[in-house]
Write a protein that binds this ligand. Sequence first.
Ligand code: UT7
Length: 334
Amino acid sequence: MPVQPEEKRMYMQAIQIIGAGSAEPARVVTNDDLANIMDTSDDWIFPRTGIHSRRFCAEDETAGTLAHRAAEAAIRDAGIKKEDLDLILVASMSSDYAAPTIAATLQKTLGLREIPALDINAACSGFIYGLEVARGLLMASRKRYALVVGSEQLSRLLSMEDRNTAVLFGDGAGACIVELLPEDAGIENGTKPLYEALLGSRGSDVILAPGCYGTTPVDHMLMDGKEVFLFAVKTIPEVLEALLEKSGLALEDLDYVVCHQANARIIRNVVRKLHAREEQFFMNMETYGNTSGASIPMALAEMKQKNLLKHGAKLALIGFGAGLTYGGALLTVR
Ligand code: UT7
């Protein structure tokens, strides 16, 4: 992923994350619980994935209701008034309905002004895409605050008769309040805020999830695990290195790298490749499984709650997944 000279010269108007919140569904489903209903075991799942349990939605929970709870928590954490929000974006591949979107419903249930509201689907890279879409729309409309949510009810897309995918995924939601910083921020005193981003896609159906249409009939999530594994361990270091090159920073300058929480073995492989410290790579898939577009904002909310993110912490966020899509961002947390 070579960085073009003109990309290095281009000035990126920065966003920063000023608040984060999450919503965990009520039902805890352990590997042992799954072993009671399918031919699998904790001994198979945990060493290959780092996952011990995941959350599944209870009857009255959906990607939409989780998104609402996570958004409220993020607004509280940011300390802004909800009336200050200028944009709602929800990344999801398991939206309650094709229409209305979760984002449009949030406008109503959160009691917000009639601001733009949009769902996007870039699967497990969705939250990173959401950050860039939010930045672009805030810049275009000269506005300041966006609510960016990742919310998933993947349990709806799984078949408990397919152990290849049923053991990997979970439900959950994470939300961030994103602030577009002024164009001239830091120019006077030479402290330009950190922001770089990179998005991409490589069309492939190695992960396939049901929708309304399609020439391949599919009734639950299908995945070629080995192909995805190879894609992830190649793409994450490439994205991270390209972002670092654009920013002029070294990996050691970052406080944390937060990858999409698909699988601990993928992240450990990346750590080895980069000769990095494992502690720098946050992981929480042990208790949530792979929550696709929700995993990165859920991780950020947990990190904030645990006081891991000091004011101005520098983060790399890296998503990858179905599409195949990938995306990364370097930014700071207020
Ligand atoms: O958001 C992106 C999400 N995608 C990922 O994170 C996937 C990345 N891929 C992986 O992490 C790994 O490929 C898996 C964890 C999904 C699978 O691990 P693997 O070492 O590649 O296993 P495999 O698919 O080669 O299967 C090995 C064996 C097979 O049995 P045989 O043919 O060797 O007899 C499978 O049938 O394990 C069997 N198997 C299972 N056994 C118990 C597959 N799933 C299970 C299961 N429990 N859940």
